[in-house]
Design a protein around this ligand. Structure first.
Ligand code: ZN
Length: 501
C-alpha cells in the first residue's frame, strides 16, 4: 500500500528537461494522457473532414465554414479557449471564390484530308482539369504557345513579343525560365511566377482562353477574370498540340531556360474549352484560433503557435478532392495533441495557440491574415510550427529556421525517450528567393521564428490535389506519434526557462 502510494505520487522532474529546468510534472499524469492519443480517433476525424459534406473545404465556401465550425466545436468541448475575433474562435478575412459547376470540356479539332474537322474529346481529370477559378463560357480558337506567359521588360524578356494572341487560347508552363531560387537574381523573377500574374498578363494581351501545363491536378488559379476561360492540361492533350510540329514542350522550354530567349509560336491547332463556373466575390473565410493559457504571470505572455491549413482545393464540378493528406492530416495531428494537453490539466507556464488556417490553397490568405493581425505580438512568439501533409510514412522529421534551431532538441529528446521513431532534423539558414509555397514561409518572411514537423518514408501514394487524396491516403499510426510528439514537447517547451532569443 505504501509502495503504491509512493509510485502514485512520484514526481519526476520531467525527464525531457534540457539545460533549462522544467516545471515538475507528474509523469504518471503525463503518460496517462500521452496514451489517450489514439490512431482510431485520429482516423475518425480524418473521415469526418474528408466527408462529402465539406465538399473539399474550399476556403470561402459554406462547406469550408461548416468544417471550421466542426473543428471549433471540438476545441470548445475540450476546454480550449477561443482566441479569435470578438471572443470567438474565428479570425475572418475576405475570400472570393469560384464554384466549378461541372467539369466542362476540352476538345481538339482535327482537320481531315478533305478539310472537314473531327473533334477529339478529352476526359477530366485524367487528361485535363477544369480551371478552378476559370471564367464561365466557351472558347474555340487557335492555340498559341507562349512559353511561360511572362512579360518582363526590365529583364528584357517577353513571351508575347511579336506574337498575336487576340481572341486566341494561350498555352503556357508554370514558373519562370530562371530556376535558382537560392540566388538573389531570382527575386527579380518572383512576381512572374504567380498564377494570378499569368492569367492577368494573358488577358492583358487579349487572349480569350488559357491552357496551363501544370501537371494536371486541381490548381486554384488565384485570379478570376470574367470571360477568361482557363483549363489545366496533362500529357495527352499537350502531346496532341505539339504533334506534327517537329518539337516538344520539353525541348522548347529547355531551350528557353538556357537562353532566356522566348520561343513563342502559333501552333495552328484549334481547340474548344468549355467552363461552367459561378463567381462568389462576397466570400469570407476564417482561421480558427484556440488557446491554452499559460499559468505563469510573466511567461504566459509568451506563446508557442502550432498551425496547419484546414482548407483544401474543393470540388471541380464533381471531381472532389477531399484534402486528406493535404491537409486534414496536419489539422487532426494538432487536434489530438490539443485534446490531450487540455485534458491533462498539466500546468503550462507559457501559452499555446492552436491555429488552423484557411485560404492556404487560395494564396496563403490565412497565414497572411494572421501575420498582418497577430493575436500575440511577434516578439512574444517563441516559434510558429507548421504542419502540412503530416501523416504518411514511418519516420519523423523536424526542421527549424536558424533563429530557433535550439528548439529541435526538445523534439529529439521527446522522441528518443517515449516514441522511438527514426527522426531526421535540419536547420535552414539559406535564404529562399522564390515565391512562398507554405504558410510557414509566410511566417518566416514576416520575421517569425519557424519550425516544421513532417513525416518521412511515405508508404501510401501521394494524390496531390487529386481525388485520391482522401481519408485513406494517410497512415494513422504515424499521426498518433506526431500528436504524441507535439504533446510531450509542448509540455516541456511551455515550462522551460528562458530560450535565450
Ligand atoms: Zn497543403
Amino acid at each position: 500500500m505504501r509502495a503504491f502510494f509512493i509510485t502514485q505520487t512520484l514526481i519526476l522532474s520531467v525527464v525531457l528537461s534540457l539545460s533549462a529546468p522544467a516545471q515538475d510534472v507528474d509523469e504518471q499524469l503525463l503518460l496517462e494522457h500521452f496514451h489517450s492519443i489514439s490512431s482510431e480517433e485520429i482516423a475518425g476525424w480524418m473521415t469526418e473532414l474528408c466527408s462529402p459534406e465539406y465538399n473539399g473545404r474550399l476556403a470561402g465556401t459554406p462547406e469550408y465554414i461548416a468544417s471550421a465550425e466542426w473543428v471549433a466545436d471540438k476545441l470548445n468541448d475540450w476546454g480550449i479557449k477561443p482566441a479569435g475575433d470578438s471572443g470567438s474562435y474565428y479570425q475572418w478575412f475576405d475570400q472570393p471564390y469560384t464554384v466549378v459547376n461541372d467539369a466542362g470540356s476540352l476538345q481538339l479539332h482535327i482537320t481531315q484530308k478533305d478539310g472537314t474537322a473531327i473533334l477529339k474529346s478529352y476526359i477530366a481529370p485524367a487528361d485535363y482539369y477544369p480551371g478552378m477559378n476559370s471564367g464561365s463560357g466557351e472558347i474555340t480558337a487557335e492555340v498559341v504557345f507562349v512559353g511561360y506567359g511572362v512579360t518582363a521588360p526590365e529583364l528584357n524578356y517577353d513571351d508575347y513579343k511579336g506574337i498575336d494572341v487576340k481572341g486566341k487560347i494561350v498555352l503556357m508552363n508554370r514558373d519562370v525560365p530562371y530556376k535558382d531560387a537560392l540566388n538573389p537574381q531570382y527575386a527579380k523573377w518572383v512576381r512572374y511566377c504567380y498564377h494570378q500574374y499569368k492569367v492577368e498578363n494573358a488577358a492583358q494581351h487579349g487572349a480569350a482562353g488559357m491552357l496551363y501545363i501544370d501537371g494536371n491536378s486541381a490548381n486554384p488559379n488565384i485570379s478570376y477574370i470574367e470571360n477568361m476561360i482557363v483549363c489545366g492540361i496533362g500529357p495527352e492533350p499537350l502531346a496532341d498540340i505539339f504533334a506534327g510540329l517537329g518539337k516538344t514542350n520539353t525541348a522548347i522550354t529547355g531551350q528557353i531556360d538556357k537562353s532566356f530567349k522566348p520561343a513563342s509560336f502559333a501552333t495552328g491547332k484549334i481547340m474548344t474549352i468549355k467552363a461552367n463556373t459561378t463567381r462568389h466575390p462576397e466570400g469570407r473565410a476564417c482561421n480558427i484560433a484556440g488557446i491554452i493559457e499559460g499559468s505563469d504571470p510573466v511567461l504566459k505572455d509568451e506563446v508557442i503557435i502550432i498551425g496547419a491549413h484546414l482548407d483544401a482545393v474543393g470540388n471541380a464540378g464533381g471531381i472532389l478532392v477531399p484534402g486528406g493528406f493535404d491537409n486534414a492530416s496536419g489539422v487532426v495531428d494538432i487536434m489530438a495533441a490539443a485534446k490531450a494537453l487540455a485534458g491533462s490539466g498539466i500546468k503550462l507556464k507559457r501559452t499555446l495557440l492552436f491555429l488552423l488556417l484557411g485560404g492556404e490553397e487560395t494564396g496563403l490568405v490565412g497565414s497572411k491574415c494572421y501575420t498582418a493581425n497577430p493575436i500575440f505580438p511577434k516578439e512574444k512568439t517563441v516559434t510558429y510550427i507548421n504542419l502540412d501533409m503530416v501523416g504518411n510514412g514511418t519516420g519523423l522529421a523536424v526542421s527549424a529556421s536558424a533563429s530557433c534551431a535550439a528548439l529541435i532538441e526538445y523534439f529529439k529528446t521527446a522522441n528518443s525517450k517515449y516514441i522511438h521513431r527514426p527522426m531526421r532534423s535540419s536547420t535552414s539558414s539559406v535564404i529562399y528567393y522564390g515565391r512562398p509555397r507554405s504558410d510557414g514561409l509566410v511566417f518566416l518572411a514576416e520575421g517569425f521564428r519557424t519550425m516544421d514537423i513532417s513525416t518521412t518514408d511515405g508508404v501510401k501514394p501521394v494524390w496531390y490535389h487529386l481525388p485520391g487524396d482522401d481519408a485513406t491516403a494517410v497512415t494513422p499510426e504515424i499521426m498518433e506519434d506526431v500528436s504524441k510528439l507535439i504533446y510531450l514537447t509542448f509540455v516541456v517547451m511551455a515550462n522551460a526557462g528562458p530560450f535565450g532569443f
